[in-house]
Design a protein around this ligand. Structure first.
Ligand SMILES: C[S@@+](CC[C@H](N)C(=O)[O-])C[C@H]1O[C@@H](n2cnc3c(N)ncnc32)[C@H](O)[C@@H]1O
Length: 237
């Protein structure tokens, strides 16, 4: 290898180490499918996964909320928060770290107790679970956040419709229980057909923005809608 090629290889290697913090290549599949193998390799090389483990966050997703909050400053001491799609508990942890007065979460999956939060095991679309959530909340909320993601089918259009349906339900819920000036954050996916939801958001909130936090993988079509300044009177007119 001539000197220029050697330098270029070194530069590439240095960059890779800088980007990921560590590089792990799994040689043995140990009965894993190719996609499982790919997922595991990605997890092992993901700097957010490593940082989450080091800092004690339940999920790498915790960094998405941290980064959104660094941009929009919605997590404030004393607020009441609803965390939809809470498992394994990363977003609830972040809300509690920011001294939320109350955090009520819900997820289809069971969640190990998160100190300071109350997480219901159940389907958000089931009215009985919603009533339970409302009872626990005991009044209105200042922030409704939804990181809910239905299981993907692999069919992009179907997956898109499913997440939009879920997010629309989360928005309807938020419109009913948010305090004046409250905030709604939800995961959505790029891909059109969100107009109805966007119109509703714009009618109900002063500011509606979309953001892709750096912790959201570039290859994922996921992004977040952040709607601030809920206009309660608008709804009651
Ligand atoms: C990306 S994870 C949430 C990660 C979480 N924000 C964290 O930081 O730990 C999405 C969650 O949405 C939940 N979910 C999907 N559909 C749901 C529904 N209808 N009701 C409640 N939870 C749901 C899934 O079970 C999954 O745990």
């Amino acid at each position: 290898m001539n000197k220029e090629n050697a330098n270029s290889t070194l530069r590439k290697k240095k960059k890779l180490r800088f980007d990921t913090g560590l590089t792990v290549n799994l040689k043995k599949t140990k009965g894993r499918s190719i996609s499982q193998q790919r997922w595991l390799t990605r997890q092992l090389n993901d700097p957010y996964v490593k940082a989450a483990q080091q800092q004690g966050w339940r999920s790498r997703a915790a960094f998405k909320l941290i980064e959104l909050n660094n941009k929009f400053y919605f997590l404030k001491p004393g607020i009441k928060v609803v965390d939809l799609g809470a498992a394994p508990g990363g977003w609830s942890q972040v809300a509690i770290y920011h001294k939320a007065a109350k955090v009520i979460g819900m997820d289809l999956l069971p969640v190990e107790p998160v100190k300071g939060a109350d997480i219901i095991h159940g389907d958000f679309t089931d009215s009985q679970n919603l009533n339970l959530l409302l009872n626990k909340l005991g009044g209105k909320a200042d922030l409704v956040m939804s990181d809910m993601a239905p299981n993907t089918t692999g069919h992009a259009a179907t997956d898109h419709i499913r997440i939009i349906n879920l997010t629309e339900q989360a928005l309807d819920f938020a419109i009913n229980i948010l305090n004046e000036d409250g905030v709604f954050i939800a995961k959505v996916f790029q891909g059109g057909s969100e107009k109805t939801m966007l119109d509703k958001l714009k009618q109900s909130f002063k500011i509606v923005k979309h953001a892709k936090p750096p912790a959201s993988r570039k290859e994922s079509r996921e992004l977040y809608v952040v709607a601030t300044g809920f206009k309660r009177n608008q709804k009651e007119k």
